[in-house]
Design a protein. Structure first.
Length: 384
């Protein structure tokens, strides 16, 4: 069978791949893909088609490999960097492409193939596919692979470790981080945790309180505004007793001052709040009133790391009204993909302060680290 590249056009990537497979067989290799506009008949405007370049078998010589996209890429940075490679280097690139083909195939089976953005030169299909698999929003994934493309020299594309490192670096650059809470003995730092229901606010308050008291040896106090449910106050009271720190309850904004007086002179006071649906305007406004009285130094929005893109964005938007200025990502241990959270970080500019990785108090919490988070997003590293 010929190893020359052939071009297939179809409405979707899946259709194009089905035709490649029918024509060229199961060993067909995808060399590049891009979108093209085709004029329709009778002046009906134009439509977008996916164009796939494929070869029947893995090209074994440099001459047979043609990973260059036929037209100029739409976005700067997505240049094909394979030009100028030696024949052996190109042959190795061919092998790499074969592996990528398997991934493309897997994505196709998962119904994700239509996310694959055209115009990507072969060596970037792998990194791009990994980001899409991690549920990174398309626009962000595209920006990240553009950064990878810019940062690597042509020969570095042949070394998967170099590509991995560049990808990890590019993802890390999308992650703003805040330094851990800094409490100073003798001055009172007030830190509030806000967020939707059930994300882990109370548990995280307990983890932080235990850490500041037991590890840093500071005096800690807790205030709860969660007065809707008796059980919720009891939950925090139990933690307060175990960690041996004072707890004060504020039933309405006017009681904030009294609650702080009750705690006495503490180095750090954590405010636990009732979970509020981002859709509940009244409760968000009420939370705002509490915050105005409490005047916290830091307001950490607590969100579950595995939540979907829309949920995360809606929460960030609503809780910005109570001046949330940092983000705690919880339940990383349960999250299937962190791509949506990465999307939020890329867009909202809320720096991440802590990550929580399980239910255990006080162990399952760590200060946010951008390289660690990037590795977690890419599945290069496990939680523990
Ligand atoms: N797997 C996992 N579970 C967690 C984590 N953090 C908290 N949880 C669990 O999530 C559940 C809810 O935690 P809470 O701390 O009560 O959540 P909350 O945000 O205070 O909830 P509301 O006050 O009802 O809004 C509990 O079962 C916690 O043990 C985490 O990092 N990983
Ligand atoms: Mg709670």
């Amino acid at each position: 069978m010929s190893t020359a590249a052939r071009i297939y056009r179809a409405r979707t990537m899946r259709e194009a791949l089905a035709r490649v497979r029918r024509d060229l067989g199961g060993d067909a290799v995808i060399l590049a893909s891009r979108s093209v506009r085709r004029r329709r008949m009778f002046g009906l405007g134009d439509r977008e088609l996916i164009e796939v370049r494929a070869s029947a078998t893995m090209p074994s010589s440099a001459a047979a490999i043609d990973v260059e996209t036929p037209t100029a890429p739409r976005e700067p940075g997505l240049r094909d960097r394979s030009a100028g490679l030696s024949a052996t280097a190109q042959a190795r690139l061919g092998e790499e492409l074969s592996r990528l083909h398997e991934r493309v195939d897997a994505l196709s089976r998962m119904g994700r193939i239509d996310h694959l953005i055209p115009d990507l030169p072969g060596p970037l299909v792998g990194p791009y596919a990994r980001l899409i698999e991690a549920e990174v929003p398309e626009a962000l994934a595209r920006r990240i692979v553009a950064a990878v493309s810019e940062s690597l020299e042509p020969h570095q594309f042949l070394d998967p470790r170099e590509v991995d490192a560049a990808l990890r670096e590019a993802v890390a650059l999308c992650i703003p981080v805040a330094p851990p809470i800094r409490a100073v003995r003798g001055t009172r730092r007030v830190v509030a945790l806000v967020g939707p229901t059930g994300v882990g606010k109370t548990t995280t308050v307990a983890k932080l309180a235990a850490d500041f008291k037991l590890v840093h040896g500071l005096s800690v106090g807790l205030v709860t505004l969660d007065t809707y449910r008796i059980a919720a106050v009891e939950q925090l009271r139990t933690y307060a007793e175990i960690i041996d720190v004072p707890l004060a309850v504020a039933n309405d904004p006017a009681e904030m001052e009294r609650a702080f007086d009750e705690l006495g002179a503490v180095d750090i006071a954590f405010i636990d709040t009732a979970g509020r649906s981002p859709r509940d305007e009244v409760k968000i406004r009420e939370l705002g009133e509490f915050m105005e009285r409490a005047r916290p130094d830091e307001v950490h929005l607590v969100l579950s790391a595995g939540a979907g893109e829309r949920t995360l964005h809606a929460a960030a938007e609503r809780f910005s009204r109570v001046r949330a200025d940092r983000l705690i990502l919880t339940k990383l241990d349960e999250a299937e993909g962190l791509g949506a959270a990465l999307g939020l970080l890329g867009r909202s500019n809320l720096p991440v302060s802590y990550l929580t990785t399980g239910q255990a108090v006080p162990d399952d919490i760590e200060p946010a680290d951008r390289m660690r988070l990037a590795s977690l997003v890419l599945g290069m590293e496990g939680i523990r």
